[in-house]
Ligand binder design. Structure first.
Ligand code: HEC
Length: 223
């Protein structure tokens, strides 16, 4: 190997070192980390909603919806639940707990079923019942309402469909819980709304809103 050959090799080496060095410099300059003024990630939290149930979409009150709900239609809707839930008295727990007499039963209390910790926490040590409001919000958006629930179900977004289903769940009992009283203001506006049908997708174009006759003067359902 003559000295010319050696020069070429040394030159090539130096060249490589030079290229690597400058690439590193440029890369450093390009990807320099800008440290934020305060270390950590900024987390935007909605105010006034810390620790409570997750924010849910605005809903029509279930008390109003249940006035026109049809348990027979609800039974058909329940097919969506059947993969995971039995509806009959003494029925087995499947992926989810048996739902006989679920209305007003303490949350996460059903025997022989191992509830998620999210659901057990939500139950407040037995103080929370599956009243109509909880059922309504939960079935609208299970994972939104009880974050971390093991119930892998997207939710029933259509108000009338959900109301029919809840009316059906109510029938799954030896003595069904009383229906909630129709909130006065809302029945009126609901009746008015029924006039211009369009909004209520698949609500039947009922011949005039029923007079509140069959709404039992229910015992105050306070919760
Ligand atoms: C893919 C399976 C699955 C489907 C579909 C499903 N659920 Fe569930 N459900 C569960 C599981 C699992 C739990 C227990 C959740 C937990 O522990 O977090 C549950 C819990 C519940 C509870 C609470 C019961 C209690 O005793 O506290 C109710 C009420 C309920 N489901 C109603 C329904 C209804 C109504 C439908 C149909 C619209 C439905 N679920 C569809 C799996 C399912």
């Amino acid at each position: 190997m003559d000295s010319f050959e050696l020069n070429k090799i040394v030159g090539a080496l130096l060249g490589t070192v030079f290229v690597v060095f400058s690439v590193t410099l440029v890369a450093d300059a390009l990807f320099a980390a800008h440290s934020p003024e305060t270390p950590g990630y900024a987390i935007e939290a909605a105010e006034g909603n810390v620790g409570g149930p997750a924010e849910v979409e605005e809903t029509v009150s279930i008390a109003a919806l249940l006035q026109d709900a049809d348990p027979a239609k609800g039974e058909a809707v329940f097919r969506k639940c059947q993969a995971c839930h039995t509806p009959d008295k003494g029925g087995a727990n499947k992926v989810g707990p048996n739902l006989w007499s679920v209305v007003n039963r303490p949350i996460a209390s059903h025997e022989g079923f191992s509830f998620s910790s999210a659901m057990r926490e939500f139950a407040g040590g037995g103080s929370q019942l599956w009243d109509y409001d909880h059922l309504n919000e939960f079935l609208l958006n299970p994972k939104g309402y009880i974050r971390g629930t093991a119930m892998a179900f997207a939710g029933l977004k259509k108000d009338p469909e959900r109301a029919d289903l809840i009316a059906y769940l109510r029938t799954l009992a030896d003595s069904p819980a009383p229906l909630p009283e129709a909130p006065a203001a809302e029945t009126e506006s609901a009746a008015a709304a029924e006039g211009d049908a369009a909004s209520a997708g698949n609500a039947e174009p009922a011949a005039g809103a029923e007079p509140a006759g069959d709404a039992e003067p229910a015992d105050e359902n306070s919760n």
